[in-house]
Design a protein around this ligand. Structure first.
Ligand SMILES: Cc1cc2nc3c(=O)[nH]c(=O)nc-3n(C[C@H](O)[C@H](O)[C@H](O)COP(=O)(O)OP(=O)(O)OC[C@H]3O[C@@H](n4cnc5c(N)ncnc54)[C@H](O)[C@@H]3O)c2cc1C
Length: 349
């Protein structure tokens, strides 16, 4: 019964949205949390706009989540339609539960040529899973793209070796649906457009009664500070911060005056000075704020991979040969314990 209802809706959708074979039609997975659209997904939408074709968004969630998010999504600039699917199973979905919904949408005369998502934890599992099920490749963490309308190929760049090299890869026209995830720092977030009112289409959920994994709970690190991933200013501390108390008492007053988020090197995280969620780098968060201050951080390549695209990099380090100075716009060879209190004093004035 469920399946028949879905097929009916899906056919109507295909009729309304079928586009010529060469014309791109992207399906952008819009993630959300606590009633707010994920900013990384908004960057994915901007990337999809560069394909130069139609764009549909897909919103999934529980009954209390979807209506509010759809209302926000349909006002986004550049969206032709918003598909939404509601099920209690989608309240905090695991990839095994979402994958069948994507597979349904992308088979049976699907109009979609591209599937786009931000490089999120969810997408890292979901996107390759669905692509593999459809026997097509998935390209991850792209920083630019060019779609060739003449031959329907799409060419992407993506950082490799912790950002020390850039790979250029092409998905040729023979790839029926091109999957890619987007590095959010490389694309601005799509905005709300005055008067925009994209069409909305309900898609029946696909029930997965025996999912091999089930979501039990999500524990979110609580902080009154700006979110590290999207903050315009970030103050990061390294091993030089000695211990958790010194880390907090040295960095937080400076972060407060600047309205900045706090980050940390892996050495600081591993030593227990800062929470895991604050790690910046290859195996932590990738950030590109207006201002990034590295205090007592040497600048190992794995750390640089997470912050070197910041607009203004300020480094304070006792060692004049510290590699962080090679990427810093402003470098101070000094003891951070002398510099930081002076800086706070000056900024307060
Ligand atoms: C696979 C892999 C993944 C990794 N992923 C990450 C990652 O995501 N993020 C990350 O950060 N690292 C990562 N690392 C670790 C990385 O290689 C470095 O070990 C780490 O970044 C070093 O952290 P640090 O700069 O705080 O410490 P250190 O390298 O020990 O540097 C401390 C710096 O503080 C300076 N200093 C000391 N005292 C003072 C003072 N009073 N005032 C001013 N300066 C002072 C020193 O001169 C030194 O330069 C990874 C490593 C591997 C192998």
């Amino acid at each position: 019964m469920l399946r028949n209802r879905y097929v009916h809706c899906h056919r109507a959708f295909v009729r309304a949205y079928a586009t010529p074979a060469s014309s791109p039609h992207a399906l952008v997975f819009l993630e959300h949390r606590q009633g707010i659209l994920d900013s990384g997904s908004l960057s994915a939408l901007t990337a999809a706009q560069q394909l130069g074709g139609k764009i549909s968004a897909l919103v999934v969630g529980g009954p209390d989540q979807v209506p509010g998010i759809v209302e926000k999504a349909k006002k986004l600039k550049g969206l032709d339609s918003v598909l939404h699917s509601t099920s209690p199973q989608y309240s905090a979905p695991v990839p095994e539960v979402l994958s069948p919904l994507f597979e349904k949408l992308l088979t049976e005369s699907s109009p979609f040529t591209h599937v786009v998502s931000t490089t999120s934890s969810a997408a890292k599992s979901l996107i390759p899973r669905v692509a593999a099920r459809l026997n097509v490749p998935a390209i991850s963490d792209i920083t630019s793209l060019v779609h060739d309308a003449a031959d329907s190929s799409t060419t992407f760049t993506r950082p490799i070796y912790a950002g020390n090299a850039i790979a250029t890869v092409r998905a040729p026209s023979s790839v029926s649906i091109k999957f890619f995830t987007v590095r959010s720092t490389a694309f601005s977030a799509a905005s709300i457009q005055e008067g925009a009112d994209a069409e909305t289409l309900a898609v029946d959920p696909v029930d997965v009664p025996d999912s091999p994994t089930q979501h039990l709970k999500t524990t979110i690190a609580k902080s009154d500070r700006p979110d590290l991933g999207v903050a315009s200013r970030v103050i990061s501390g390294g091993r030089a911060l000695k211990d958790a108390n010194t880390f907090a008492s040295t960095l937080y007053p400076l972060a407060d005056v600047l309205g900045a988020a706090v980050g940390a090197s892996r050495a600081a995280v591993d030593a227990g000075y800062a929470d895991n969620s604050l790690q910046v780098g290859q195996t932590g968060k990738v950030v590109a704020p207006e201002l990034y201050m590295a205090l007592g951080i040497s600048g190992a390549i794995q750390h640089l991979a997470g912050m070197k695209d910041s607009k203004l990099i300020v480094a304070v380090n006792k060692d004049p040969d510290a590699p962080i100075f090679q990427v810093a716009d402003v470098g101070l060879v000094a003891d951070l314990y002398e510099v930081v209190p002076q800086l706070i004093e000056k900024l307060k004035k």
